[in-house]
Design a protein around this ligand. Structure first.
Ligand SMILES: [Zn+2]
Length: 218
């Protein structure tokens, strides 16, 4: 079959097929790597049952790199500090952008762990990482919600903090907690494209930027 046949005869479809295979070879068959900077997107993942035993290595790794959240001098009643209590915490989606817009409705920051020190969030370092209350308050649990997945509110008189997409809970509904107290584990439940913590801060009923309340470690 020569070029003329290919271009004008039945071979036309062979050309189309060959072109499609070419496109597939060039782009389609490459596995799409997780886009770390886009976590918080629209892929819904199955909820998972907490498996504390498998997380002990993460906990010990975390324990050597804490930010001192539990002993932070800010008043307990206000939200303050990094809820992952880790110097390796990185932000994967900022405040008021993407799925965090408009900020008045769902202002949050997405936080994850740089598990290998490479400067970027890693799913392995993030999944199952402990989540800590950033203020004293009363816990309200909500399991399997959408889009927040397994979600915790910690509420006080003026402040309220939200922790979304959790793998599991470490406190009971209605419990009183202090800043730095373990409340759950990072997961990817609800509307989430990978393990991360969606963290919100509300003050007197208004959504505020968690970065103004120490959400990222210095
Ligand atoms: Zn988010």
């Amino acid at each position: 079959m020569d070029w003329e046949e290919l271009a004008h005869g039945k071979g036309h479809w062979l050309l189309v097929a060959a072109a499609l295979v070419g496109v597939w070879l060039a782009f389609g068959h490459t596995a799409h790597p997780p886009v770390l900077s886009n976590w918080g997107g629209d892929v819904v993942q199955q909820n998972m049952v907490p498996q504390p035993n498998a997380l002990s290595a993460l906990f010990s790794k975390q324990a050597t790199q804490t930010t001192g959240l539990a002993s932070d001098p800010h008043p307990q009643e206000m939200a303050w500090g990094n809820p992952l209590d880790s110097t390796r915490c990185v932000m994967t989606q900022g405040y008021g952008v993407g799925s965090h817009a408009p900020a008045a409705v769902w202002g949050a920051v997405d936080l994850a762990i740089d598990g290998n020190g490479g400067g970027q969030a890693t799913p392995e370092g993030t999944f199952g990482a402990p989540v800590y209350a950033t203020m004293s308050g009363v816990v309200k649990l909500a399991a399997n919600t959408y889009p927040a997945g397994n979600h915790i509110w910690v509420s006080g008189e003026h402040f309220k903090t939200g922790y979304s997409h959790l793998k599991g809970f470490a406190v009971a509904d209605g419990a009183s907690v202090k800043r730095g107290q373990l409340i759950g584990y990072v997961g990817s439940t609800g509307e989430s494209s990978g393990p991360h913590l969606d963290y919100q801060v509300w003050k007197d009923g208004a959504n505020v930027n968690p970065l103004d309340y120490g959400a990222l470690p210095k």
